[in-house]
Design a protein around this ligand. Structure first.
Ligand code: ATP
Ligand code: MG
Length: 452
């Protein structure tokens, strides 16, 4: 039984009372049947947009989707999308609504949806309308195109990526025919707009089973991000790795621990982990000992990641955050308070916490050797000390016990010298050469000035 929110119920009731047929449809039915809480409740109906506008004239409406047959109705602050059954772009006249016609229209509406698990409708009293075998596939954990997969992917290549996104969200597998068609048609993803690709890929990466999906369907994903292709099967002989670059990447995404991260942090980390070794195939060489080396792959990887995220029109916080992490993910961690404080000054505590999370994930996807365990311990030591210093240490000009006006009051001439002295004081404090105390700092400032 599906429990509709009061507002969705009211919308269906209002539509029925006005003589239209109406159902909740798609993701909300799928999620309800899985016992998950639906993100949104979409409604499909026989009412045309102009009829919807008239019927819900007293409500706040969102009309941006009207030409695609969608009217948004805002109830108690939440938007509900109501979409007219789509019939090859034309709407029928419903002055004489007829039950048989409604049934065939709903059937057509469901048949044009992407996957069987997304092609179910529900109305109280009628129950779940499942004309494509969605319930069976939900129970079996299968993503299957409605109709002929080749034709459906040819109609809209984005569905290839959506299939992976739902697999990653639900821990489902692609039906063999759907998988084969997706693999075959993957390159047609190149023609899909960057915005649509970004949205689905982001949904995939943010999903619970992203790592597993990457591991399983990397070749299909390479249709959306061709740079992934060479990572698949790129071996890493040597004592560090037990996986090729791509399986290592997927394992790192699975290993990522996002506790304590906000949404932005989680997104930056998922993308950074996904792309952290993207340039390894470009930098690979094999030494005389038979071990693979990837000289310069961090910097190169940062450049490739930047190009990918630009191409996908990713938001700038994500681009800068992920690229910054990739560039330094392999660099040795600073030891000693002075070096850690300088690191805090340069990157900030938020970025360094993310760096630690990426390093743990990366290391946990390596071979389980004592060396790797040792490196993991180094991250913990760094993280603990960095956290402590981020709370109690002085690593920004603002945290100094004096500011520019204090220095000028003490006789420093206004001008660029003030800034230079403040920076020199901060360095001295971070290096532990002087205490962060007002009198000490003023005395040191005088001395610095005399020296210049
Ligand atoms: P989510 O919980 O991620 O929003 P959803 O199933 O609601 O999942 P949406 O992208 O919001 O996914 O799409 C809503 C519904 O519209 C889908 O369930 C599906 O029936 C249909 N749909 C969306 N995109 C497509 C598409 N490209 N091709 C065919 N049907 C689609
Ligand atoms: Mg949705």
């Amino acid at each position: 039984i599906i429990h509709l929110p009061r507002d969705a119920m009211w919308l269906l009731q209002t539509l029925h009372d006005a003589g239209y047929s109406a159902y909740v449809v798609g993701g909300c039915v799928r999620d309800s049947l899985l016992g998950r809480r639906p993100g949104d409740w979409d409604i499909c109906t026989s009412a045309r947009p102009d009829q919807l506008r008239a019927l819900f004239a007293d409500q706040q409406l969102i009309l941006t989707g009207e030409k695609h047959g969608t009217v948004g109705v805002v109830l108690h602050g939440s938007p509900y999308e109501i979409t007219t059954y789509r019939l090859d772009g034309t709407y029928r006249d419903h002055r004489h609504p007829d039950k048989v016609q409604f049934v065939s229209e709903l059937a057509e509406d469901l048949a044009r949806r992407d996957f069987t698990i997304n092609a179910m409708a529900y109305a109280p009293g009628e129950g779940v309308i499942d004309l494509c075998g969605g319930r069976k596939d939900l129970a079996a954990g299968i993503i299957r195109c409605v109709g002929d997969p080749e034709a459906r992917f040819a109609e809209d290549a984005l569905r290839i990526l959506r299939a992976l996104r739902f697999a990653a969200r639900l821990d489902f597998a692609l039906d063999p025919a759907t998988e084969a068609a997706a693999r075959e048609a993957r390159d047609s993803l190149q023609a899909v707009s960057a915005e649509r690709i970004y949205t689905e890929l982001d949904g995939l990466l943010m999903a619970q089973y992203a790592g597993k999906t990457l591991a399983q369907y990397g070749e299909i994903l390479a249709g959306a991000v061709p740079e992934v292709g060479p990572c698949i099967g790129c071996t890493q002989p040597g004592r560090w790795h037990c996986f090729d670059v791509w399986q290592h990447t997927a394992a790192a995404v699975t290993a990522l621990d996002l506790r304590g991260q906000d949404t932005r942090g989680a997104r930056v980390l998922r993308w950074a982990t996904f792309l952290h070794d993207i340039a390894k195939p470009l930098c690979r060489s094999v030494g005389p000992d038979g071990a693979a080396h990837f000289k310069g792959h961090n910097q190169r990887g940062a450049a490739v990641a930047r190009a990918i995220l630009r191409r996908l029109k990713a938001p700038s916080y994500l681009l800068e955050g992920a690229v910054g992490l990739i560039a330094i993910h392999d660099a040795p961690l600073p030891e000693g308070d002075a070096a850690i404080l300088k690191c805090l000054n340069r990157y900030g505590a938020v970025s360094l916490r993310r760096l630690c999370a990426l390093k743990y994930a990366d290391l946990d996807a390596h071979a389980l050797t004592p060396e790797v365990a040792c490196r993991r311990e180094d991250v913990t030591i760094f993280e603990n000390r960095m956290t402590e210093l981020s709370k109690n240490g002085c690593f920004t000009i603002r945290q100094l016990a004096v500011n520019g006006s204090d220095l000028m009051e003490a006789g420093l001439p206004a001008g660029p010298a003030v800034g230079r002295v403040l920076h020199a004081l901060l360095s001295a404090v971070m290096e532990g050469r002087i205490e962060n105390q007002r009198d000490t700092l003023l005395r040191e400032a005088q001395r610095l000035l005399r020296e210049c």
